[in-house]
Design a protein around this ligand. Structure first.
Ligand SMILES: [Zn+2]
Length: 477
């Protein structure tokens, strides 16, 4: 790691800082693509002590060498919206080329404990925000799981509870949280003032606010347009950077208008970023406020568009009512392919998965998001170029995090001093294999993945029993 300091505040360059020949790993004859410098050429890479130390056309040697002829050598993919943070999920992530997966939308109520639980035991790099939703659940004693189900959903916070929430967010940020997570649709009783108070705390330390907006869909007065106005205003008022999560699953037919509004806000120097996942269906818990009365009209769908994640069955009025009582994950086929495509093609949009798998069940985005972008949308449909596709899953997410976590300046790039988080794939083969019926299928065409210089996927095979992932964390004050 001893070159990390050098890379910290400098842009990538291709000159070696070292004449050493004894590399730990060398990657030979691959097509090296760095989205920051637009490097796209056959090169050899020398890695030592977890970082990239040489990029050269000359012959180099190392203790381990990887033959990358015919393959693309890219920065490891960065997923800034990944809920599943256990071993099962990390395996699917890394088999999809991901070297860093962050839980930012929901976050945690206890930042120290969250990091402590993963230290030394992670396959890939991990990180978390402090979450308004879990804090609200804790303070109000809501018994929900992923999403709240009682007071945290339906009860306005008292002045005293707002103070407790502010303290919780302040504490989380002081313990190195990567910003503040919000699921406003899951906490409809949280007033606009309560949210503004949370943004004020975030703004003081320039922590980005990652927001699942209050409303989705088209129906006024509670439309996605109104929902975006709320959080852009909060960002403008408080100075907290804003990141809008999974825009297509809230914007639906209005996604282009949402993107237009975000660009207009950016042109006024408001720091707003946005992400989408490359699928036409959403997934969340059926017992959450998302499926409170009026959901059909709000999302423009009906019972038959809902699919029970556990069994794959399509729902009816009867089974909807039954499952809403027991709880669990439901998939909604509610986004048109046209909207998915125009959103992916937009240059400001980051790609992130919103993924989580549990016992092999879930939405295919948990296992296939990244290979799907590069296989379906880059190669097959030629919607965007390979370098544009890579930029959306490496450099752009790294840049979103750099202010709160300067260590991200060493990720999302391949340059001298960068962390050796590297994904090597076959551009002619790469494709997702996870489907709604079989979500727990590894992506195809990911050949090698290195996390902090350690090979975790080798010849397409997961290497067992190693935990090279480290924490992505902001400053601890
Ligand atoms: Zn969400």
């Amino acid at each position: 790691m001893f070159f990390a300091v050098v890379a910290g505040n400098q842009s990538c360059d291709r000159n070696s800082l070292s004449d050493m020949k004894d590399f730990d790993v060398v990657i030979l004859n691959g097509r090296v693509i760095d989205p920051e410098t637009n490097l796209d050429a056959i090169n050899n890479i020398g890695i030592k002590d977890g970082s990239v130390q040489l990029i050269t056309v000359k012959n180099i040697n190392g203790r381990t060498s990887i033959d990358a002829r015919g393959f693309v050598v890219a920065p490891g993919f960065i997923d800034i919206h990944q809920h599943g943070q256990d071993r099962e999920n990390q395996i699917y992530k890394v088999m999809d080329g991901v070297t860093t997966a962050l839980e930012l939308e929901m976050g945690t109520a206890d930042v120290d404990n969250w990091y402590r639980e993963r230290e030394g035991g992670a396959l890939i790099n991990y990180g978390v925000s402090v979450g308004h939703v879990p804090l609200r659940m804790k303070i109000m004693g809501d018994p929900g799981g992923f999403a709240p189900v009682s007071d945290a959903v339906y009860k306005p916070a008292s002045d005293q509870e707002v103070e407790q929430l502010k303290k919780g967010i302040e504490l989380g940020l002081s313990r190195g949280a990567l910003g503040v997570g919000f699921g406003l649709m899951y906490t409809p009783a949280a007033s606009r003032w309560e949210i503004l108070e949370m943004f004020r705390v975030a703004g003081k330390s320039k922590g980005p606010c990652y927001v699942h907006m209050r409303y989705g869909g088209l129906k006024e007065p509670n439309s996605c347009i109104a929902a975006l106005e709320e959080v852009i205003s909060a960002s403008a008022i408080t100075g907290a950077p804003l990141h809008v999560v999974h825009v297509t699953s809230l914007g639906f037919g209005y996604t282009q208008r949402i993107l237009q509004m975000i660009k207009e806000a950016r042109s006024r120097s408001i720091d707003v970023t946005v992400e989408c996942y490359p699928y036409t269906a959403t997934q969340t818990t059926i017992e959450s406020a998302v499926y409170d009365e009026g959901w059909q009209e709000k999302f423009g769908i009906d019972y038959g568009d809902l699919q029970w994640a556990d069994t794959g069955e399509r729902l009816t009025e009867e089974s909807f009512a039954r499952y809403r009582k027991t709880g669990g994950m439901v998939i909604a086929h509610s986004i048109s392919e046209e909207i998915v495509k125009s959103t992916i093609a937009d240059s400001i949009v980051i790609i992130a998965s919103d993924g989580t798998l549990a016992g092999g069940k879930g939405h295919p985005r948990g296992a296939g998001t990244f290979a799907r972008v590069l296989g379906k949308y880059v190669r097959e449909e030629k919607l965007i170029s390979l370098s544009e596709g890579l930029k959306k899953i490496t450099l752009m997410p790294a840049k979103r995090l750099e202010d709160i976590a300067p260590m991200m300046k060493n990720k999302g790039r391949i340059c001298i001093g960068a962390d050796a988080d590297i994904t090597i794939f076959d551009p002619d083969e790469i494709i997702d294999q996870a489907t709604y019926a079989e979500p727990a299928k590894y992506s195809f065409g990911i050949k090698y993945v290195l996390v902090n210089g350690i090979i975790v996927v080798k010849g397409g095979q997961l290497q067992d029993g190693i935990c090279p992932g480290t924490a992505v964390r902001g400053a601890i004050k």
